[in-house]
Design a protein around this ligand. Structure first.
Ligand code: PMP
Length: 426
């Protein structure tokens, strides 16, 4: 399937090159006129060359390759961000997110920005300076959210484990009792470690202690089950570029009534204008007001691609998507073990189906292995991130890339690299 996509993209590349040749001619003529130009900075040479994008197998933790149907949605004509047709598309996106999150929350929308934008939106709106927050850190994402909360002057309490470990409900409840946070943050799919954190029961603990439960599903949505309403998650967000299979740059988020009560009864304004939910809820038609006012210009093409990716998920069905990710991941685990590699997360029920982590094989330099795979197989796999750097290598097979044939290609590339990058460490 990948092969076909890449081939058709190559056709696009030839067309681009022809267009560039025509452009060269036009520019040659224009250079005669440059002698009388009023500008002192000339057009940069790089800008006079056509855009070149290599063909790559994106088998890392994201972004993932995008199906042709989603790419085509992004190439549709631009319409105004405040046109009625755009509102209709945004309404569809809202419904698609409600399905993907399994929520009936009215306050469901997409950020104009990547996953970090949703992280900041959640924290900036739900937390006021001086309030206590509790952040579960077992990889890079908790660390990032702690930093975001610190920047707005929250009292940040860290509940920490080394990458690959998870927190029991008892540990979480004890920490909540101790620090009395207004918000508890947890990463569902810890992509830096390859861990899928259990969620059941944590929302109930947060309710009992009058604390909001914020969950990051950037790396897990569509790949592992999550039920926002049933699991009493108060704020949930994700990103577009992983199992959802849209290009990077949009990030669905949803707030339930408990979260809205806190967000819309603040004493202080959120520090960010662009991320202020008072404005965003109006822009997305979630505030019950008859008119939507201009707040910012949304990424029109990005919303087209997000809608298309949510449509694919709705057609396929969440359960089928979860099943497929689990099946392909299990196939990959077996192949990795057959190569003599060790999976970083030993309990298979805790493994994140979208991003698999392997311990760095003894005697190898992980950077050399990854470089070899990129150079000889045009394939991206990555090392660790944040605290997992030097501990793991990561293989992501998500959404469109989640196929056994791609797992075979990844295994073949790894086997080749293991043969050819032998024992380069002292
Ligand atoms: N959370 C998790 C779990 C992620 O994997 C990522 C992206 N790797 C992010 C947040 C941040 O998303 P983005 O890079 O789109 O800002």
């Amino acid at each position: 399937m990948m092969q076909r996509t890449l081939f058709s993209r190559r056709g696009g590349l030839l067309a681009q090159q022809a267009a560039a040749a025509a452009l060269d001619g036009a520019l040659a003529q224009r250079s005669d006129r440059r002698s009388v130009s009023s500008v002192t900075i000339q057009p940069p040479a790089c800008m006079l060359r056509p855009l070149e994008v290599p063909l790559r197998y994106l088998f890392g933790p994201g972004p993932s390759n995008v199906p042709p149907r989603v790419l085509a949605a992004g190439a549709k004509p631009i319409i105004g961000h405040l046109h009625p047709e755009m509102y209709e598309i945004m309404n569809d996106i809202k419904k698609g997110i409600q399905y993907a999150f399994q929520t009936e929350n009215n306050m469901t929308l997409s950020m104009s920005g990547s996953g970090h934008t949703a992280m900041e939106c959640a924290v900036f709106n739900a937390v006021e300076p001086g309030e206590s927050v509790l952040i579960a850190i077992n990889g890079i994402w908790g660390e990032r959210v702690a930093e975001i909360a610190e920047r707005i002057g929250a009292k940040v309490h860290r509940l920490e484990k080394t990458p690959g470990n998870y927190f029991s409900n008892k540990e979480i409840e004890q920490a909540i009792e101790k620090h009395k946070p207004v918000l508890f943050f947890l990463t569902h799919g810890e992509s830096s470690a390859g861990l899928c954190h259990p969620i059941d029961g944590i929302g109930d603990i947060c309710r009992k202690h009058n604390c909001l439960f914020l969950v990051d599903t950037v790396a897990s949505l569509g790949a592992a089950p999550i039920f926002m309403d049933q699991q009493n998650i108060d704020i949930l967000y994700t990103g577009s570029q992983k199992a959802l299979n849209a290009p990077p740059g949009t990030a669905p988020i949803s707030f339930n009534d408990r979260a809205c009560h806190k967000v819309f009864n603040r004493k202080t304004k959120p520090v960010s204008y662009i991320l202020d939910m008072t404005h965003l809820s109006n822009y997305w038609g979630c505030d019950g007001k008859p008119a939507r006012a201009y707040h910012h210009t949304g990424p029109v093409s990005g919303f087209f691609t997000l809608r298309e990716s949510l449509a694919i998920l709705a057609e396929k069905g969440l359960e089928e998507s979860w099943r497929k990710h689990k099946e392909v991941a299990a196939y990959l685990y077996k192949g990795l073990e057959d190569l003599g590699l060790k999976l970083f997360i030993s309990d298979k029920d805790l493994r994140l189906p979208s991003v698999t982590t392997i311990s760095i094989p003894d005697g190898y330099d992980w950077r050399e292995l990854l470089m070899y795979i990129m150079k000889n197989h045009q394939m991206e796999m990555t090392g660790g991130l944040g605290p997992s750097i030097g501990m793991v290598m990561r293989i992501g097979l998500m959404g469109y890339n989640c196929e056994k044939s791609n797992a075979d290609m990844a295994l073949h590339a790894l086997e080749d690299a293991l043969k050819n990058c032998k024992k380069s460490k002292a």
